[in-house]
Structure formats: structure tokens, C-alpha cells
Design a protein around this ligand. Structure first.
Ligand SMILES: [Ca+2]
Ligand SMILES: [Ca+2]
Length: 108
């Protein structure tokens, strides 16, 4: 198997993982020493987590627990959805049919 093929498979695997919101796997990826907590040093590899670390660290122990990480990712997802909604509202001149993402009016 070529490296390019492996990279494509890895990329699609990551996309599937994020589509199913497999936060535990992402958390384990950050938890390098496997103690069940993500320290600031461990989060250093992820700019997104580092930027929000202090906000995500609810009990201010300098480490993120799974619960703190999940709460953070949920807030991130909500903020992202809100941003997308605002972006979509700004492009109202674009017909919904063009993207094929118009919601079904009724489902039986
Ligand atoms: Ca750790
Ligand atoms: Ca904490």
C-alpha cells in the first residue's frame, strides 16, 4: 500500500471519527502519559486546545479531565454551529437548492 493511500485512509478515518464525535479517542490522543488527564504540556501539541485551556479547565487544577474536555468540545461545537449559522445568514442571496442542503419540509 502506498503512503498516499494510507494518508487518504487516515484522513477519512479521522473524518469519520469526528463525524461520530468520538471525543474520548481525541482525548486519549492528547493524553500522552495515559493518566486520564490532559496537562497543559500535553495540550501544547494542539493549538485549539491550548488557546481554550484555561477556560476548559473548570476546577483550575492545570489539567483537563474527560468531563472538562467533553464540556469544552461541546461548547466549541456550539460556537462553530453558531458561526456557521451567521455565515449562512450572510449569504441569503444564495438559493438553498444550489447546495442541496435544504431541510425537508415534512417527513412521514
Ligand atoms: Ca496526561
Ligand atoms: Ca481540571
Amino acid at each position: 500500500m502506498s503512503l498516499a493511500r494510507i494518508l487518504v485512509l487516515s484522513a477519512s478515518a479521522l473524518a469519520v471519527a469526528s463525524a461520530y464525535a468520538d471525543r474520548t479517542a481525541a482525548f486519549k490522543g492528547l493524553d500522552i502519559d495515559g493518566d486520564g488527564l490532559v496537562s497543559k504540556a500535553e495540550a501544547a501539541g494542539n493549538a485549539e486546545v491550548t488557546g481554550a485551556f484555561d477556560r476548559a479547565d473548570r476546577n483550575r487544577d492545570g489539567k483537563l479531565s474527560v468531563a472538562e474536555y467533553e464540556r469544552y468540545t461541546q461548547l466549541q461545537a456550539r460556537a462553530k454551529a453558531k458561526k456557521n449559522k451567521q455565515a449562512a445568514a450572510r449569504k441569503t442571496e444564495r438559493p438553498a437548492s444550489a447546495g442541496g442542503t435544504a431541510p425537508k419540509a415534512e417527513e412521514k
